[in-house]
Design a protein around this ligand. Sequence first.
Ligand SMILES: C[S@@+](CC[C@H](N)C(=O)[O-])C[C@H]1O[C@@H](n2cnc3c(N)ncnc32)[C@H](O)[C@@H]1O
Length: 343
Amino acid sequence: METLLTNHRQLGTTPFLYSLEPLISKLRKDLDLPRGNAQRYTDALKGLPAIKPSLVILDKDQVTAGTIQDIPMEGRRDALNDLESSLMALSPWRKGPFRLFDLEIDSEWRSNLKWDRFAHEISSLRGRRILDIGSSNGYYMFRAAAREPWMVLGVEPQHTFYFQYLALQKYLNLDRVFCLPIPFDDLPMMEGFFDTVFCMGILYHRKSPIDMLKNIQAMMKKGGEIILENLIVTDHPDLLRGSRVAEPYPGSPMPLCLCPEGRYAKMRNVYFIPNPKTMESWLKRTGFHNIRWIDISATTPEEQRKTPWIATESLTDFLDPHDPSKTVEGYPAPVRAIVTARS
Ligand SMILES: C[S@@+](CC[C@H](N)C(=O)[O-])C[C@H]1O[C@@H](n2cnc3c(N)ncnc32)[C@H](O)[C@@H]1O
């Protein structure tokens, strides 16, 4: 539990974040209760060997801490076993990749591919206050940290991913990166606080995407930048599997939305998948402007696939085996768009 407390204490002592102190005290109490997975994950964290990394690399595809040479020869094998088994106990590792003391965590998603799609298209992150909504284990927060922001705050309600974040932070030890194990809705209103907001892979899970965008907008400084990534529906003729486009398809002038009746790609919690016109209209109706289309890509098995670090199904299991342009439910297969807009 010490890692948790340290992490929260840092957050509480950061200027401007005092408003979060009551929330942090409550979380501290909640996480101390031996219930759910938190206890199991806390034990996994305790199993991580105490090694000091000689290097941290944040600006390459694999977020890295240390090398094998940082572990004394005597006891190296045991330390590596402890490292691997503790990290495995925090599976599934959806986002990554990471490299800790030369142990590679080959996550389900090659998140570096998404990062590469937008990283050169956004405003400088230097000195900025960044919010990452649904930050998972922190992959994008760590990549952002390489660009010297003032601070990055993630919110991630799923304990599995939050504890992965804590495990990674044990070695990365980045004092400007924070995470709270809560949904965005539980974050106290920090009006006009953030310069940059990452909202990626979130909106299609929301029953009320417009309300969420409105709340994000209220938390942003005027002129701040949102990086919004979402599933979209499009029949763009160039968007064959694996191809990328940077413009919304002008063919459909009507703002339309796919509302899956049941599951979408086996996910129970997908509510609205907009076409490009709808995505723009949501942004405009919630006060955003200067909308820029950065990328539209079909999700491929090169980007999302089964690895030893996940025991669950992955993309190819979610698609129709006879027609991979469709999900198993018969809906259009996942296509993701990235747009930026100003608050
Ligand atoms: C599809 S993943 C996307 C992760 C990452 N942002 C990315 O783009 O790769 C969605 C993440 O959002 C988290 N999440 C779900 N509901 C949330 C909410 N209300 N507030 C914040 N995060 C949420 C999930 O636990 C999950 O880690």
